[in-house]
Write a protein that binds this ligand. Structure first.
Ligand SMILES: [Zn+2]
Length: 405
């Protein structure tokens, strides 16, 4: 039997306490050390030591004195965080994005470039992704900020080692993306991670979105595929091997159209971006498969605005399929909100009414269990923003960056 806490426990306790102090200052700044001690129940000596660590790492700074209600003036603390930034990237079938966000939540850069993921061999894609990551990292470093991490979102099954087991939309199978990126970036000092794009988007919504902090939240990607990032009780649901959330391949109609996954009638085959374009613009693929969806989606929006009857009927049908898919999620995890992202956002005014009514009909709980269905307001780079949020959340959790040399 061991008696008393072991060193690992001390480290855990300290990380937890650092996180408590950071969270208190985030919500109550400016505040004094005494305020923190009073509000958190930590003793004053502990708070002083924790605050010293956080000031040394420039996560907090002092802002001069403020009169206390009782007693002598106290030095007030606010979040700093500007010296640190994290980079998030998203690999989509038709584009790459990179964003950098500092710990105070300010977006430092947002880049988007065309990228035909579907036609690019995985090896060449890795060097393109690494080159963009390196450019973003040196831009951030040139601003005098320390890069905490680069996290790349991929539309597919990503295991715990950051390997992409399957990304059907990109035609990738067993790509050791994290390891390849670390090599291409020459073992950088910052953390390199790869995660599923829907998971990262859900993290972005949970940290920065209109429903930030909602304990039970689902994000549905509307890129080439449809994936779900599922936050339950404030935590991302990953499952045994990290492969949860593949709602795009829920079979909604056994007699439905073929899906790239080899099955038929999947949600993705009925309501994915290709299905929408095929329904509204049947000629769009006359010259081969569409690789850049933005202009086609713009055309769909134009026709919907003109109240073109065939377009409205098609979007209503797609909205119904979406609502059907969402009702399965609602029955399974009872989310407070389901956020539609990607190409669903510009189409939301026409998709949502049918989706909401289908959800209400198919969910077993009254009022769909309180599930709201909304369009994301984070813009097209939600997954990349979530990639940045992932590294920033580690600091929030008390895992402090190393001291600058
Ligand atoms: Zn499928």
């Amino acid at each position: 039997m061991q008696s008393g806490p072991q060193p690992a426990d001390f480290a855990d306790v300290r990380a937890t306490n650092l996180a408590v102090v950071l969270r208190h200052v985030r919500t109550h700044a400016p505040c004094s050390r005494a305020d923190i001690a009073a509000a958190t129940g930590l003793n004053k000596a502990t708070v002083s030591s924790l605050v010293a660590d956080l000031i040394e790492r420039r996560l907090l700074r002092e802002t001069g004195l403020a009169e206390h209600r009782i007693g002598r003036p106290a030095t007030m603390l606010v979040l700093d965080g500007q010296p640190y930034a994290a980079i998030g990237m998203e690999v989509a079938a038709d584009h790459l994005t990179a964003v950098a966000v500092d710990l105070a939540g300010e977006q430092l850069l947002s880049w988007r470039r065309a990228f035909t993921g579907t036609e690019t061999a995985a090896g060449k894609a890795v060097s393109t992704i690494a080159a963009l990551a390196a450019r973003a990292a040196s831009r951030v470093a040139a601003q005098g900020r320390q890069v905490l991490g680069v996290t790349v979102g991929v539309p597919g099954l990503v295991d715990a080692d950051g390997a992409v087991r399957l990304a059907a939309g990109l035609g990738w199978r067993d790509v050791e993306l994290r390891a390849d990126l670390v090599r291409a970036l020459r073992d950088p000092k910052y953390d390199v991670a790869v995660d599923n794009d829907a998971n990262l988007s859900a993290l972005a919504e949970h940290r920065y979105g209109a429903y930030a902090g909602t304990a039970n939240l689902v994000y549905l990607t509307g890129e080439l595929g449809i994936g779900a990032g599922v936050v339950v009780d404030g935590r991302l649901l990953r499952g045994g091997r990290g492969f949860s959330g593949e709602v795009g391949h829920l079979q909604l109609d056994p007699t439905g159209p073929p899906c790239p996954c080899g099955r038929v009638g999947c949600l993705e085959a009925l309501a994915g971006v290709r299905a929408i374009i095929r329904r509204v613009l049947p000629d769009a693929e006359a010259d081969g498969p569409v690789t850049d969806f933005a202009p086609e989606i713009e055309e769909v929006v134009r026709r919907a605005r003109r109240a073109d009857a065939a377009t409205l009927a098609a979007l209503t049908a797609v909205g119904r399929h979406l609502g059907h898919g969402v009702s399965i999620l609602a029955n399974l995890v009872n989310p407070d909100v389901v956020v539609l992202g990607g190409n669903f956002v510009p189409l939301a005014p026409w998709l949502l009414p049918a989706a909401e009514s289908e959800l209400a009909t198919r969910a077993v709980a009254p009022d769909a269990g309180g599930c709201k269905l909304v369009a994301s307001a984070l813009g097209p780079s939600a997954a990349a923003t979530g990639g940045a949020a992932r590294a920033l959340a580690a600091v929030d959790a008390g895992h402090l960056p190393p001291l600058p040399a």
